[in-house]
Ligand binder design. Sequence first.
Ligand SMILES: [Zn+2]
Length: 134
Amino acid sequence: MGDSDGKAAAAPGDVPDLCDVCGALVPRRRLEVLRVPDSSAVTMDARFDGERLLRACCEPHLVQLAAGYQHRPFVAEELWSEQIVRAVRLLGPMDEEELYERVIALTGLDEEQLMRAAAWREDHGSHLYGPAPS
Ligand SMILES: [Zn+2]
């Protein structure tokens, strides 16, 4: 992270990336890529929420990667909970009531979605807001 403006330092296309199957270094312009739905995929870039970018050195490896995601269930509550966690991190510590409202504003989720995400999270052994820092 940091305060990068999103521009890569090197020329685009020249930065090598790793194949997710064999780990080979491949120049970006030759990389085989595919976006697949994945409800656990939330990065700092909200445009790609719920999508995982698969990267491979060749088509067979890309097919192999995609096969692994074919049967992964897409759970909306999981996606929402990841978006909420990101929002809480961005906002930093604050009054619980204010936090709640700002999370809603930031994520665009409604109260019912927030509740469903929190319930999903608890079913999976973690909490959305964690213990308050003292
Ligand atoms: Zn490969």
